[in-house]
Write a protein that binds this ligand. Structure first.
Ligand code: 5AD
Ligand code: FES
Length: 344
């Protein structure tokens, strides 16, 4: 009889019951990891793509219960980068070999569509060979269209959890799973390469929720899927909730690799935060992307979605070298490439 791992690899799917077994039992972990690594090598060889992350504002109008930069956290030290500072980050990143810039921020009304379009247009003109990724939350479809027309190619918006009832336990009533999903479909229709994803071990999450996440991703077929462990932040309503585990995150990463062989799967900073070699383990579990920080060191600590975030003291060049070493030690190679998705 075939093991569930073999079945998943061949069919890229399993029944809910089989997925449940895989998610809840550690018994298949070795086989799962080995199989996921083989599949990533079939599709992407030993390449690891870099995305230069520019966290340009930690102002946010939302109040997600898990997030350290939620509006109600009056203890957060807020900052915004100017257009010039953002362009300086791109310049430094380009010199370090990055060919994708990810502009990420809270939902900050200061950055109107006009301001975002102006920044995107300038980066597009200065770096025609680079991909521009936005990660600035939920917007009306018209805004997404405007950013796209200005030159943005990709958009990251995690669905966080696909089950609307679970979503409602993580977010205030002003936010909905339905609107989140609407945004993702709009982004896809407009022509963005879309990244979605979820937290592993978020408060109240059940195995059924994780299965719902996989089912939603099967519908959406995103280009990138970002997952990381939920990590507790003391100044949130979830201060007393335990963090998620590296073990389950790695298991979910491998499952994602087998279900979505073509996907770009980052070994996330949250995974590197929960355990010191988390990113290396993430690559070995099927990941093929890392997202080093390009923000000025003066603001890094302030983008604290969760506690003890790594890479807040290092210069961009230090992170670049550190990651190159880590990627090599895990058995892979950093490439200087836009790293577009390879669907086949
Ligand atoms: N722990 C882990 N991940 C978090 N995020 C936000 N807050 C936390 C936290 N406390 C993730 C969300 C968001 C992404 C930018 O960071 O999934 O989409
Ligand atoms: Fe930033 Fe290692 S990647 S210090």
């Amino acid at each position: 009889m075939k093991s569930p791992v073999e079945k998943l690899r061949e069919a890229r799917d399993l029944s809910d019951g089989e997925l449940r077994e895989l998610i809840e039992s550690g018994a298949y972990d070795d086989e799962l990891r080995k199989s996921a690594d083989e599949v990533r090598r079939e599709h992407y060889g030993d390449k690891v793509y870099l995305r230069g992350l520019i966290e340009f504002t930690n102002y946010c109008k939302n109040n997600c219960y898990y997030c350290g930069i939620r509006a109600a956290n009056t203890g957060a030290d807020r900052y915004r980068l100017s257009k010039e500072q953002i362009l300086d980050c791109c310049k430094e990143g380009y010199a370090l070999g990055y060919r994708t810039f990810v502009l990420q921020g809270g939902e900050d009304p200061y950055y109107t569509d006009d301001r975002i379009c102006d920044i995107v247009r300038t980066i597009r003109a200065d770096y025609p060979d680079c991909a521009i990724t936005l990660s600035i939350g939920e917007k009306p479809r018209e805004s997404y269209q405007r950013y796209f027309d200005a030159g943005a190619n990709r958009y990251l918006l995690r669905h966080e959890t696909a089950n609307p009832e679970h979503y409602a336990k993580l977010h205030p009533g002003s936010m909905s799973s339905e609107n989140r999903k609407r945004c993702l479909w709009d982004l896809k229709e407009i022509g963005y390469q879309v990244g979605s994803g979820f937290m592993v071990g978020s408060p109240y999450q059940t195995t059924d929720d994780l299965i719902a996440d996989l089912r939603f991703l099967q519908e959406l077929q995103p280009d990138m899927i970002g997952i990381g462990p939920y990590i507790t932040h003391r100044s949130t309503p979830f201060a007393d909730m335990p963090s998620g585990s590296a073990e389950l995150t790695l298991r979910m990463l491998s499952i994602l690799r087998l279900m979505f062989p073509y996907a770009l799967l980052p070994a996330t900073t949250a995974l590197g935060t929960i355990t010191p070699t988390g990113r290396e383990l993430g690559l070995q579990a099927g990941g093929n992307v890392v997202m080093p920080n390009l923000s000025p060191t003066t603001v890094r600590k302030k983008y604290d979605l969760y506690e003890n975030k790594i890479c807040t003291g290092e210069e961009s060049a230090q992170c670049r070298n550190c990651l190159e070493m880590r990627v090599k030690s895990a058995g892979y190679q950093v490439v200087t490439d836009r790293g577009d998705v390879k669907r086949s």
